[in-house]
Write a protein that binds this ligand. Structure first.
Ligand code: N01
Length: 552
């Protein structure tokens, strides 16, 4: 194994030879650095931002908050970190989550392993030497046996190419690239484009500060109240009391949005559903809704009741019936675009300084020096906020020029959509791991624990390779094709493909329409079975037997 690279961190990356390059210093990358160092590998992290945190570094727009309860949106593997960190709110805000990532990086002494402000431009597999050559935008060049792409599923912002946007002379912001310095909307006329999770969180906050807020909405979204509140001592005590059970449940957890019972469950009576939704609405949060009934995401009739329930809440909240109607999602099922979680979102439209523009009636025609013109109206604005989402799941992987065997590019390999084995590995790209990659639970559920599982899997795999002197691992084409088929079949049995969501990549022009996350249950079980069956579907290269023997 290569000599420790810790001493070299901070200097130019050129010449660094290590066992593993980890790309990205969000929660997945930080844990990968820690875990792989712990099993004795020399590791080096590369991060585009000047700090750790990944998506939580960049998404610092007003109102940014995680919709997974903070006590669970934490590393599960470290009792020490758990003891030393105390969350303040049921749902943590961006700043607190970023501070948690910083705390973890410092506590685990990871910063010295990471080269910040450094983007990976290219990664090329050198077949002769069975090593990756990783090149950065700063001209750096590193060699590594393994590359772990911990680049995140929601890290490449999508900015639609609206005619005239370059002419706009006011400030332009993107929720996913929010400035470090404070942004004041006081006394200003602001336009915001996009009403997904980011827009729905930002809109109430911007509305409180701005003189006028114009919301340009293309598709209304289902949203449920967060009912965020400070955590009490009792909340912490009750979480601690249930911690062992929670950790055990994670161990057995099979992830999956759609349980196996979904297809055989009874259709609950409408009244019972309505009553249950009312209870969930008062409790707040999205988790309860998405598993309110086993068949809520597969049975159109059951799903429609949930959709009706939310539409009814919108009508009760929004005073102007025309605005309420425009805010009401129609024509696609509930919960199959990512369910939004808000604080006072619908009520914000009762404010006199907020106006909803329904782009389905009056599409944006152009942006000019000081204004946005729709087909019907002209809006003079001081600033524009793009809350237009991400090139999700594959965007950050394809942003790097990754070349595997025979110089084949990942871009070409995925030209008709991503293909992976378990969302972790790609045929023809040996020793490349994709944390929360397409074909894994990925962005579904609690992404921190999804990342942890992948890192643990990689650590176990590399340990296995060392034990048996194996140089390379890569999936067989047939295993990969079969896995891809399975991922698609599971999705096709649900209502998920019936909405134009970023899960399918349809928000990015030209991106193949492929359902990217694995939403079935049994993911962990399958991964474990494959390992137990001597890594079924993988091929190992054995050249390292000689390499290791020579080194010893
Ligand atoms: O992005 P989105 P996001 N003209 O893609 C609209 C996570 N997240 O950043 O639906 C006009 O969901 C687009 O309209 P349409 C979470 O996983 C989590 O909000 O394509 N509009 C849509 O309204 C989430 O799902 C949290 O018709 C255009 C919006 O922009 C994911 O990040 C908080 C347009 C984009 O919505 C992404 O959320 C925030 C155009 N040309 C984010 N192009 C929490 O944990 C796009 N839009 C709470």
């Amino acid at each position: 194994m290569a000599a420790s690279v810790e001493k070299q961190a901070g200097a130019s990356e050129t010449g660094v030879e290590c066992d593993v390059v980890v790309v990205g210093a969000g929660f997945g990358g930080l844990y990968a650095l820690h875990k792989l160092r712990e099993i004795g590998l020399s590791v080096r992290g590369l991060e585009a931002a000047p700090d750790v945190g990944g998506t939580w570094y960049w998404n610092r727009y007003p109102g940014a908050r995680c919709d997974v309860p903070s006590l669970f949106y934490s590393y599960s593997w470290s009792p020490e970190l758990r003891r030393e960190w105390r969350w303040t709110n049921r749902y943590a805000g961006q700043e607190e989550i970023l501070n948690y990532a910083r705390f973890a990086a410092d506590r685990l002494d990871l910063r010295k392993l990471i080269q910040f402000d450094t983007k990976v431009a290219r990664a090329t597999f050198d077949e002769k030497n069975e090593r990756w050559i990783v090149e950065t935008d700063r001209g750096g060049r590193l060699g590594a046996r393994f590359v772990v792409m911990a680049t995140g599923g929601l890290s490449v912002p999508n900015t639609p190419d609206i005619p005239g946007v370059a002419d706009f002379e006011g400030a332009i912001y993107h929720t996913a690239r929010w400035p470090q310095e404070p942004v004041s909307f006081e006394g200003k006329r602001i336009g915001i484009i996009g009403t997904g999770s980011s827009g729905i969180q930002a809109i109430p906050m911007i509305a409180q500060a701005a003189k006028q807020l114009v919301v340009f909405q293309r598709t209304p979204n289902f949203s449920v109240p967060a009912r965020n509140r400070p955590l009490t001592d009792e909340d912490h005590e009750s979480f601690d009391a249930g911690l062992d059970a929670y950790l055990a449940s994670l161990e057995q957890s099979d992830f999956g949005r759609v349980p196996p019972t979904a297809f055989t469950a009874d259709v609950p009576p409408r009244d019972a559903q309505w009553k249950h939704y009312e209870k969930l609405w008062q409790e707040g949060g999205s988790g309860g809704f998405l598993k309110a009934f086993p068949n809520i995401l597969v049975h159109p009739g059951v799903n429609e009741v949930a959709a009706d329930f939310v539409r009814q809440k919108i009508r009760e909240t929004v005073k102007d019936p025309k605005t309420a109607a425009a805010l009401s999602p129609e024509g696609y099922p509930f919960g199959v675009k990512r369910l939004c979680v808000d604080t006072d979102y619908f009520d914000t439209y009762n404010r006199p300084n907020v106006e909803l523009v329904n782009l389905r009636d009056e599409p944006i025609e152009k942006i000019s020096v000081h204004a946005v013109d729709t087909a019907a109206r002209h809006f003079e604005l001081d600033a524009l906020v793009f809350a237009t989402g991400f090139d999700a799941v594959t965007g950050a992987l394809l942003a790097v020029d990754i070349r595997g065997r025979d110089g084949a590019t990942l871009k070409d390999a995925w030209s008709e959509g991503p293909q992976t084995y378990l969302g972790l590995t790609v045929a023809g790209f040996p020793n490349l791991f994709t944390i929360t990659g397409p074909g894994s639970p990925s962005v579904i559920g609690n992404v921190i624990t999804n990342c942890e599982y992948h890192v643990d899997w990689i650590a176990e795999c590399v340990t296995h390779m060392r034990r048996y002197g194996l140089a390379t691992i890569e999936p067989d084409e047939e295993a990969q094709v079969a896995w891809g088929r399975h991922v698609a079949e599971v999705a096709d049995r649900t209502l998920f493909p019936k909405a134009n969501s970023w899960y399918l990549g349809v928000n990015i022009p030209g991106k193949p329409r492929v359902f990217m996350p694995y939403i079935g249950e049994g993911y962990r079980t399958t991964c474990k079975e494959i390992v137990a069956d001597n890594y079924r579907g993988f091929t190992f290269g054995e050249a390292a037997v000689r390499e290791q023997a020579a080194a010893e």
